[in-house]
Design a protein around this ligand. Structure first.
Ligand code: G6P
Length: 501
């Protein structure tokens, strides 16, 4: 709940993200609408449902499906509450802006995987073009409406958007532009690698408010600006950047804050009554007499899947008692397949799984089961509850909501979390067994310990889970939205104190 004086309640809200919360497609039976699965939809769909507003996103479904006369779509379909404004992009733009600059440069750059950056001359211009297109769509959405709307941009697909918005005449002067960066912000040395480092920073400084999950990312950002933009002045303590403004625009002031997103704790718990954990043993041909080690992620190199498989193999090599007594179930579906690095990674993961199974598998035991098909929420919750341990082995991860979902789904029950210390979530979750995924023997030992805890040290397992549950509850997604609300309010207080308002 937001307080009565909340800016979010009083002012029009426009959310911008690359992924749409609902995808419309034309089928033989009419129009099918599918709700997106990601953490962003979970976080912001309830807010817009309650407050109304507009969500601007890349139209990934059928352009002609469900369009009103003014080109917008009301969602959610069962109880229309807000406008979805879809931005349709040419295939070549998607190729170069989304698969290209966003996911072949910015993603590896922000995750510190510089060797995986692949850059083509067509990528950057398409990224600029897409940001321009979104700026037009946002202005269309706010024109003639509320004189002081709040525009809340999400993520790394839109580093230039706030700056492009500033240059549009249709944007009301009193609009607040804010952005949340959901992936890590790396060190200044990593950012320097990009030939567009300055443009990215200047682009982001068009925001009044800029959020990151962790104080460390915020610190990195402020330091990056300090080192790479000589014209900007940075108050690291207060998190305020004053920049020159670009082109004809006025000098700008950006407030930078840190607050991690979370999950909707109640929806992970509610499922207790739905699908039985036991049903998943049958579905995935698992033997309930064996321990179950679960992994859930997109097939992304940042998730450290290959490192984890190596560690699991090492466990079977060095601790033969686990042979035939543990199954590692990996729910990891393909993602971003147009990017060659991702296709290569998928292939390698499949080969590695096959090799481990060939080496250790027996007639009635498959050590690693890899599920590539999408798993719906209820089924996922049943899996979380059935698993003795969940392992998150990210080489780098902005936060990691799967770790939180696992904890919430098991609260009051059993289950141990093995969590990479390189995932942002490790900064806020207390009670996990931490690993460095590059440490093969250490990760194997942590998995061994997690599975053993579940078998014969119930007290410690329970203590860990209780402390984890407590930290997950403290970071419920509602708290993330309220913190944004408070930050927007602080902007106004700051401005009043300076005499600008
Ligand atoms: C991860 C990141 C998000 C990002 C999303 C995009 O979940 O943590 O920050 O927005 O990937 O995924 P997509 O499938 O849309 O490329």
């Amino acid at each position: 709940t937001l307080s009565a004086s909340s800016p979010l309640r009083k002012r029009d809200l426009v959310v911008v993200s690359n992924r749409e919360p609902y995808v419309h497609s034309r089928t033989d039976d009419g129009i099918a609408v599918e709700r997106s699965a990601g953490g962003l939809t979970t976080a912001l769909d309830p807010v817009l449902r309650r407050l109304g507003g507009t969500w601007v996103a890349w139209g990934s479904g059928d352009a002609d499906a469900a369009v009103a006369d003014d080109g917008t779509v009301r969602v959610p379909p069962e109880e229309p509450a807000y406008d979805l404004e879809r931005v349709f992009l040419a295939e070549s733009t998607v190729e170069d802006y989304y698969y290209g600059y966003s996911n072949s440069t910015l993603w590896p750059l922000c995750h510190g995987d510089l060797g995986r950056i692949r850059s083509e001359p067509s990528h950057w211009p398409a990224y600029e073009r897409a940001n321009e297109r979104f700026a037009d769509a946002v202005v269309e959405g706010v024109e003639g409406g509320d004189p002081d709307p709040i525009v809340w941009i999400q993520d790394y697909h839109f580093a230039l958007l706030s700056d492009r918005l500033r240059s549009r005449s249709g944007l009301p002067d009193a609009a607040t532009i804010a952005q949340f960066w959901h992936v890590p912000w790396p060190s200044p040395d990593a950012v320097r690698v990009s030939p567009h480092a300055r443009e990215l920073l200047e682009g982001l400084l068009g925001n009044d408010l800029l959020g990151f999950h962790l104080p460390a990312y915020r610190r990195n950002f402020l330091e990056t600006v300090d080192r790479l933009l000589p014209g900007a002045s940075v108050d690291r303590e207060a998190g305020i950047v004053r920049s020159e403004g670009t082109g004809s625009s006025e000098p700008e002031r950006t407030r930078v804050y840190a607050r991690p997103i979370g999950i909707d704790v109640s929806s992970a718990r509610r499922a207790e009554s739905t699908e039985e954990p036991s049903s998943v043993f049958e579905d995935y041909e698992l033997d309930p007499g064996r321990s179950l080690l679960l992994g859930v992620e997109r097939l992304d190199y940042a998730k450290g899947i290959r490192e984890r498989l190596r560690a699991f193999e090492h466990l079977l090599e060095t601790e033969p008692r686990w042979r035939e007594s543990v199954t590692h179930l990996m729910v990891a579906g393909p993602t971003r397949e147009q990017v060659p690095e991702y296709r290569r990674y998928q292939r390698r993961v499949r080969e590695q799984v096959a090799a481990i199974n060939a080496r250790f598998g027996t007639d009635d035991w498959t050590p690693v089961r890899h599920v590539e098909a999408a798993v719906d929420w209820e089924r996922l919750l049943a899996l979380y509850r059935a698993a003795d341990a969940l392992v998150v082995s990210s080489r780098r991860d902005g936060l990691n909501l799967v770790a939180m979902e696992y904890v919430a789904a098991n609260a009051g029950g059993t289950g141990t979390l093995v969590l990479s210390e390189l995932a942002g979530a490790s900064e806020i979750l207390e009670g996990a067994i931490e690993i460095n995924p590059y440490d093969v023997a250490g990760t194997a030992a942590a998995i061994d310990r997690a599975l053993s805890l579940e078998i014969d040290e119930a007290d410690e397992a329970q203590e860990r889970l209780e402390s984890l549950s407590e930290s997950v509850r403290r970071h419920d997604v509602g708290e993330w939205v309220r913190s944004f609300d408070r930050e927007v309010r602080a902007l106004a207080t700051d401005a009043a104190a300076r005499g600008d308002a």
